[in-house]
Design a protein around this ligand. Structure first.
Ligand code: COA
Length: 165
Protein backbone atom coordinates (compact mmCIF):
# COMPACT_ATOMS: atom_id res chain seq x y z
CA UNK A 1 0.00 0.00 0.00
CA UNK A 2 1.28 3.50 -0.82
CA UNK A 3 0.43 6.32 1.53
CA UNK A 4 0.98 9.76 0.12
CA UNK A 5 1.62 12.55 2.59
CA UNK A 6 0.99 16.05 1.25
CA UNK A 7 3.85 18.50 1.74
CA UNK A 8 2.98 21.87 3.16
CA UNK A 9 5.56 24.62 2.50
CA UNK A 10 4.82 27.89 4.26
CA UNK A 11 6.89 31.07 4.15
CA UNK A 12 6.43 33.69 6.87
CA UNK A 13 8.20 36.81 8.01
CA UNK A 14 9.37 37.13 11.59
CA UNK A 15 6.66 39.37 12.98
CA UNK A 16 3.93 36.93 11.90
CA UNK A 17 5.43 34.05 13.93
CA UNK A 18 4.05 33.00 17.30
CA UNK A 19 6.35 33.37 20.36
CA UNK A 20 7.51 29.73 20.24
CA UNK A 21 8.33 29.95 16.54
CA UNK A 22 10.26 33.18 17.17
CA UNK A 23 12.34 31.53 19.90
CA UNK A 24 13.05 28.51 17.69
CA UNK A 25 14.05 30.69 14.74
CA UNK A 26 16.51 32.64 16.90
CA UNK A 27 18.07 29.37 18.09
CA UNK A 28 18.27 28.03 14.54
CA UNK A 29 19.85 31.28 13.32
CA UNK A 30 22.49 31.09 16.07
CA UNK A 31 23.17 27.47 15.22
CA UNK A 32 23.50 28.30 11.51
CA UNK A 33 25.96 31.12 12.06
CA UNK A 34 28.03 28.80 14.25
CA UNK A 35 28.18 25.82 11.92
CA UNK A 36 28.12 27.58 8.54
CA UNK A 37 29.93 30.89 9.09
CA UNK A 38 32.20 30.22 6.09
CA UNK A 39 29.12 30.30 3.87
CA UNK A 40 26.89 32.89 5.51
CA UNK A 41 29.43 34.99 7.36
CA UNK A 42 29.33 35.81 11.02
CA UNK A 43 27.04 38.40 12.57
CA UNK A 44 26.48 39.22 16.26
CA UNK A 45 23.15 38.09 17.70
CA UNK A 46 22.21 41.77 17.95
CA UNK A 47 22.02 41.74 14.14
CA UNK A 48 19.34 39.05 14.33
CA UNK A 49 17.35 40.95 16.96
CA UNK A 50 17.52 44.21 15.01
CA UNK A 51 16.55 42.65 11.66
CA UNK A 52 13.81 40.59 13.34
CA UNK A 53 12.24 43.69 14.82
CA UNK A 54 12.32 45.33 11.37
CA UNK A 55 10.62 42.21 9.91
CA UNK A 56 13.63 41.56 7.67
CA UNK A 57 13.88 37.85 8.41
CA UNK A 58 11.84 35.39 6.39
CA UNK A 59 11.50 31.75 7.29
CA UNK A 60 10.25 28.61 5.58
CA UNK A 61 8.36 25.76 7.25
CA UNK A 62 7.98 22.25 5.89
CA UNK A 63 4.98 20.54 7.43
CA UNK A 64 5.30 22.87 10.42
CA UNK A 65 9.06 22.41 10.92
CA UNK A 66 11.32 25.44 10.52
CA UNK A 67 13.82 24.40 7.84
CA UNK A 68 15.43 27.65 6.72
CA UNK A 69 15.50 31.41 6.72
CA UNK A 70 16.77 34.46 4.85
CA UNK A 71 17.79 37.91 6.05
CA UNK A 72 17.25 40.72 3.55
CA UNK A 73 16.51 44.44 3.51
CA UNK A 74 15.70 47.04 0.87
CA UNK A 75 18.18 49.69 -0.14
CA UNK A 76 15.69 52.44 -0.92
CA UNK A 77 18.29 54.67 -2.56
CA UNK A 78 19.24 51.95 -5.09
CA UNK A 79 15.81 50.33 -5.32
CA UNK A 80 17.38 46.95 -4.59
CA UNK A 81 16.49 44.25 -2.06
CA UNK A 82 19.80 43.17 -0.58
CA UNK A 83 20.07 39.60 0.65
CA UNK A 84 22.47 39.34 3.58
CA UNK A 85 22.15 35.69 4.49
CA UNK A 86 20.18 32.64 3.39
CA UNK A 87 20.40 29.25 5.03
CA UNK A 88 18.57 25.95 4.80
CA UNK A 89 19.03 23.14 7.30
CA UNK A 90 21.51 20.59 5.90
CA UNK A 91 18.90 17.80 6.14
CA UNK A 92 16.41 19.87 4.14
CA UNK A 93 18.58 21.02 1.22
CA UNK A 94 17.82 20.40 -2.47
CA UNK A 95 14.11 20.19 -1.62
CA UNK A 96 13.17 23.64 -2.99
CA UNK A 97 13.24 25.50 0.34
CA UNK A 98 15.87 27.98 -0.86
CA UNK A 99 13.88 28.64 -4.03
CA UNK A 100 10.73 29.18 -1.95
CA UNK A 101 12.50 31.71 0.27
CA UNK A 102 13.87 33.65 -2.71
CA UNK A 103 10.47 33.64 -4.37
CA UNK A 104 9.07 35.29 -1.25
CA UNK A 105 11.94 37.82 -1.27
CA UNK A 106 11.10 38.77 -4.85
CA UNK A 107 7.53 39.42 -3.71
CA UNK A 108 8.82 41.51 -0.81
CA UNK A 109 11.04 43.45 -3.23
CA UNK A 110 8.04 44.31 -5.41
CA UNK A 111 6.08 45.44 -2.35
CA UNK A 112 9.03 47.63 -1.30
CA UNK A 113 9.26 49.04 -4.86
CA UNK A 114 12.65 47.44 -5.45
CA UNK A 115 13.31 46.43 -9.05
CA UNK A 116 16.07 43.97 -8.25
CA UNK A 117 17.14 41.37 -5.70
CA UNK A 118 20.89 40.92 -5.17
CA UNK A 119 23.23 38.67 -3.22
CA UNK A 120 27.00 38.76 -2.81
CA UNK A 121 28.40 35.25 -2.72
CA UNK A 122 31.98 34.08 -2.06
CA UNK A 123 33.18 32.53 -5.30
CA UNK A 124 34.30 29.27 -3.66
CA UNK A 125 30.84 28.36 -2.31
CA UNK A 126 28.58 25.66 -3.79
CA UNK A 127 25.77 28.20 -3.32
CA UNK A 128 26.85 29.82 -6.61
CA UNK A 129 25.25 26.83 -8.34
CA UNK A 130 22.03 27.52 -6.43
CA UNK A 131 21.84 31.14 -7.63
CA UNK A 132 22.46 30.07 -11.21
CA UNK A 133 19.87 27.28 -10.96
CA UNK A 134 17.13 29.63 -9.76
CA UNK A 135 17.72 32.09 -12.60
CA UNK A 136 19.92 34.77 -11.07
CA UNK A 137 22.56 36.41 -13.28
CA UNK A 138 26.19 36.61 -12.23
CA UNK A 139 27.27 40.24 -12.55
CA UNK A 140 30.34 42.01 -11.21
CA UNK A 141 32.67 40.93 -8.41
CA UNK A 142 34.66 42.46 -5.57
CA UNK A 143 37.10 41.31 -2.93
CA UNK A 144 35.66 40.50 0.50
CA UNK A 145 35.89 43.19 3.13
CA UNK A 146 38.37 43.40 6.01
CA UNK A 147 40.56 40.37 6.47
CA UNK A 148 38.32 38.36 4.18
CA UNK A 149 40.16 38.31 0.87
CA UNK A 150 37.85 35.90 -0.91
CA UNK A 151 36.45 37.00 -4.24
CA UNK A 152 32.68 37.62 -4.12
CA UNK A 153 30.27 37.51 -7.03
CA UNK A 154 27.20 39.69 -7.18
CA UNK A 155 24.16 37.68 -8.29
CA UNK A 156 21.00 39.52 -9.18
CA UNK A 157 17.56 39.13 -10.70
CA UNK A 158 14.62 41.36 -11.49
CA UNK A 159 11.99 41.41 -8.76
CA UNK A 160 9.22 40.97 -11.36
CA UNK A 161 9.27 38.62 -14.32
CA UNK A 162 9.03 40.27 -17.72
CA UNK A 163 5.83 38.30 -18.31
CA UNK A 164 4.55 39.46 -14.93
CA UNK A 165 4.79 37.23 -11.88
C1 COA B 1 22.31 27.67 -0.79
C2 COA B 1 21.09 27.07 -0.09
C3 COA B 1 20.34 28.15 0.68
C4 COA B 1 20.17 26.44 -1.14
O1 COA B 1 18.98 26.00 -0.51
P1 COA B 1 18.21 24.68 -1.03
O2 COA B 1 16.92 24.59 -0.31
O3 COA B 1 19.12 23.50 -0.90
O4 COA B 1 18.01 25.00 -2.57
P2 COA B 1 16.80 24.50 -3.52
O5 COA B 1 16.44 23.10 -3.15
O6 COA B 1 15.70 25.50 -3.50
O7 COA B 1 17.53 24.49 -4.92
C5 COA B 1 17.09 25.21 -6.05
C6 COA B 1 17.95 24.80 -7.22
O8 COA B 1 19.34 25.04 -6.90
C7 COA B 1 20.07 23.82 -7.03
N1 COA B 1 21.07 23.76 -5.97
C8 COA B 1 20.92 24.11 -4.68
N2 COA B 1 22.07 23.91 -4.00
C9 COA B 1 22.93 23.40 -4.89
C10 COA B 1 24.28 22.94 -4.78
N3 COA B 1 24.96 22.99 -3.62
N4 COA B 1 24.89 22.44 -5.89
C11 COA B 1 24.22 22.41 -7.08
N5 COA B 1 22.94 22.83 -7.25
C12 COA B 1 22.31 23.30 -6.15
C13 COA B 1 19.03 22.73 -6.84
O9 COA B 1 19.44 21.51 -7.42
C14 COA B 1 17.84 23.33 -7.55
O10 COA B 1 18.05 23.24 -8.95
P3 COA B 1 16.95 22.52 -9.90
O11 COA B 1 15.66 23.24 -9.69
O12 COA B 1 17.53 22.69 -11.26
O13 COA B 1 16.89 21.12 -9.42
C15 COA B 1 21.53 25.93 0.89
O14 COA B 1 22.31 25.00 0.19
C16 COA B 1 22.33 26.42 2.08
O15 COA B 1 21.76 26.80 3.09
N6 COA B 1 23.67 26.39 1.98
C17 COA B 1 24.54 26.79 3.11
C18 COA B 1 24.50 28.28 3.36
C19 COA B 1 24.86 29.05 2.11
O16 COA B 1 25.76 28.71 1.36
N7 COA B 1 24.12 30.15 1.91
C20 COA B 1 24.28 30.98 0.74
C21 COA B 1 25.35 31.96 0.93
S1 COA B 1 25.12 33.22 -0.28
Amino acid sequence: MTVSVPTDLTVQTYTTLNPQQKTELRKIWLHATNIDSKAIGWLPVKAFDTRAELDQITTVFRNGDNVGWAMAAPSKSRGVLKLYQIWVRPDARILEHGRELVSSLRQQARTARCWQVEAWVASDLPANLFWAAIGFTRCNWRWGKGLNTRKHWRWSTLSASVCGE
